[in-house]
Every structure is written in C-alpha cells, then in structure tokens.
Design a protein around this ligand. Structure first.
Ligand SMILES: CC(C)(COP(=O)(O)OP(=O)(O)OC[C@H]1O[C@@H](n2cnc3c(N)ncnc32)[C@H](O)[C@@H]1OP(=O)(O)O)[C@@H](O)C(=O)NCCC(=O)NCCS
Length: 232
C-alpha cells in the first residue's frame, strides 16, 4: 500500500493523442490560485454539471478543503500542462471522497476544462484515481450525474460504470473497483469490443444483411446497448 506521503508526491507524465504532454499529479496546497483558474475556465455548462448548480466563488475554507485533502478519505489529482512561460496550468481535476456511511465506497468528481475535453484527460484522471482507490482499499466509486449531462454519462458508462438508479433527474452510477481490470471501458466479465463485434458480425451475416442498416452503425448500437444494459 502507498504511504500518504507517497500519495502527496504522486506524479505521472502522459502524452495526449495530439502529442500534448500532460502531468497527472497530486493536488498541492499551493494550487489554490491554479485551481480557481481551472474552475473559472470551465464553461458555465461544465461548471453547472460539476457542482450541480451555478458556482462562481469559493470560500477560503472550501479552497483549503479542495487543495489540502488528507489523501486517505479524500484523494485529489490534477492534470496540468506547461505553458510557454514555464508556468503550470491546471486543465483537469479529479477526486474521490469516502462516503461517511460506507468507508469502502467513495464519491467521484471530475472536471476537464472544455477546450481540453475529449482528448483523454478525463480517462487519465479516472485511471489514476482507480489505481489509488484500489491501493487505499476503496472498492466502489460512485457518481451522481445530471440526466442532462449526456457527455459525462457516456464517458462513465463507457469506462465500466453501471447505472444504479435515477431520481429527480439525477443518475447514480457506480464502478466496482474489484472487477475493474484497469483498462478504460472494460470490466472483467463484460464482453470485449472484439467479442461484441464478432458476435454482431455473425448475426449480421445470419440475417444476410437484409435489415438495411449500415453495418458500422449497427455494430456501434449493439456495443452501446450491451455495455449500458450489462447486469450489475
Ligand atoms: C466528463 C468529463 C470529465 C470527461 O472528460 P474528457 O477529458 O472529455 O474525457 P476523455 O477525453 O477521456 O473521454 C471522452 C469520451 O467521453 C465521452 N464524452 C465526453 N464528452 C462527451 C460529449 N459532450 N458528448 C458525447 N460523449 C462525450 C465520449 O465517449 C468520449 O469519447 P470519444 O471522444 O472517443 O467519443 C468532461 O466532459 C467534463 O469535465 N465535463 C464537465 C464536468 C462534469 O460533467 N463532471 C461530472 C463527471 S463526474
């Protein structure tokens, strides 16, 4: 198991699909200004989805809480890029906080600044958080996501989260960390994309392609359906 001091110094480098170097590291107390900058740069939609409401300012206490987690019950990572001036900019924030009533489960929250979305930063943050959660004995990551937040729901479901209910327009999703094999979107026991494609192709051939649907569309829909409807 990683010691808390190891977690506070946690850092890993990665290269995004477009070649941009990014660092995934533990948040630090001196990140307060950078973190405010990050939340300021989120679009109003992203901020609304992240905080479940309009949020423009943070009290010093809230900022301390966000940037000085205990790395035991509350673990927070940031994704940063180097700016031309050599300074660091936070482009993503990911954290989990242990639920008070169930220490083996934790609530997940992620935000990636809009211009950097869909470039794998969310996936990187999630993968590192899963790794740390596993080390910390957390067995289940949960997230409440607004039903209107199709992007985040798609992101989480594709990475192995399963729906655990909907109430008041909010979808609850959860990932069993024990079952997660560490690769995005695949959990042990779920069919792999290749298996689904193979099966879908066989079905397509059996129907002699007479249903008139484009094969790729059909394969994508089949895959989505199976991932979304996989049993809990
Ligand atoms: C959800 C979020 C963290 C994903 O971060 P990201 O860096 O964009 O994620 P990645 O690039 O690793 O993965 C992108 C995948 O997520 C899904 N996705 C993300 N945004 C999407 C959108 N607007 N529409 C459809 N799919 C979307 C897609 O599957 C996409 O894969 P693709 O680009 O290959 O189609 C980011 O969109 C975000 O910060 N949203 C606002 C805050 C929020 O909603 N937080 C709640 C999450 S707990």
């Amino acid at each position: 198991m990683l010691a808390i001091d190891d977690l506070r110094g946690y850092s890993a480098n990665a290269i995004l699909r477009d070649g941009t170097p990014v660092c995934i590291r533990a948040i630090r107390p001196d990140d307060k200004e950078r973190l405010v900058g990050h939340f300021d740069r989120l679009s109003s939609d992203s901020r609304y989805h992240r905080f479940f409401g309009f949020r423009n300012a943070f009290t010093p206490r809230e900022l301390s809480c966000l940037t000085e987690p205990d790395f035991l019950r509350h673990v927070a990572l940031v994704a940063t890029i180097e700016e031309g001036t050599g300074s660091e900019r936070i482009v993503g924030d990911g954290r989990y906080v242990a639920l008070p009533d169930r220490c083996y489960a934790a609530e997940l929250a992620l935000s990636v600044v809009d211009v950097y979305q869909r470039r794998s930063i969310g996936t990187l943050l999630l993968e590192h958080l899963i790794r740390l959660a596993r080390h910390g004995g957390v067995r289940r990551l949960e997230a409440d996501v607004m039903g209107s937040n199709r992007g985040a729901l798609r992101f989480l479901i594709r990475r192995g989260f399963k729906s655990s209910g909907t109430s008041g327009g909010v979808c609850s999703v959860a990932l069993s960390i024990e079952d997660h094999d560490g690769r995005p979107g695949l959990t042990v026991g779920q069919p792999t994309l290749d298996t689904v494609r193979q099966r879908a192709h066989q079905l397509y051939l059996a129907r002699e392609g007479k249903h008139g649907k484009d094969l790729e569309d059909w394969l994508a829909a089949e895959c989505e359906l199976r991932v979304v409807s996989a049993p809990n």
